[in-house]
Design a protein around this ligand. Sequence first.
Ligand SMILES: [Zn+2]
Ligand SMILES: [Zn+2]
Length: 272
Amino acid sequence: MSILSDFHLHSYFSGDCTIPMEEMTDAAIRRGLHSMCFTEHNDFDFPKTADMPENPFLLNVDSYLYELTMLRQKYDGRIKILFGIEIGLQPCCQKKNALLADSWDFDFIIGSSHLCNGADPYYPAFFEGKDPKECCLSYFRETLHNIRSFSDFDVYGHLDYIARYLPEDAAPYKSMDYKNILEEILKALIAKGKGIECNTSGLRKSLGAVNPAPEIIRLYKELGGEIITVGSDAHAPSDIAAGFDAAAQILTDCGFSYYATFEKRRPVFHKI
Ligand SMILES: [Zn+2]
Ligand SMILES: [Zn+2]
């Protein structure tokens, strides 16, 4: 395996994960990783859903940092543990998100669109009575708005997250159907010096592909993008670094010789 850092993973500090940080860390060491970055969820103004408590993704950063500091001492010399966060971006919560991002010395911030018009495409109701292609366009439009109006993040998470959840009877997702708006998104990211991630979680889902799609990763590179992190989005120890061989191949095929990790919000580049 040539990618030895997992820069997107969760523990029980995230509202949708029950695994202690220590179990995730032990698994990362078993996988032979040099470094790992916890990227715990914080999504302000998350809508009420049937299967989750009220405001499920409000992160207690003090408790999280305290445990991470203890872990760093325990695992010193065995694996580098970075202090990250995955912030849910929405037009309505930019001030709160900026305050959150600036209040702690995070090593790494993923900005993610989990919601579009205040709803999560994870739930089938999101698509009810709508044209799936229009839904994708709306999702990308809101992503573009987030990028143009907010800067407190390092990479944009799983850029075509919505593709994971398209209804089964929808036409197959083709990322280049959205090439125009994706070009605008990628150019806006590049102009701000922001990166993207190759998120391998979709390989474990029915989508069977990384997010964003390889054609989007290639487009980012062709437009001059250089910063790409790799993350499993693991919520379980067995998923840490899952799909990283495939990710290495995809990045190489897209013209990347290096992947990035982050420390104190600055990218560090590693040969693939
Ligand atoms: Zn996410
Ligand atoms: Zn995540």
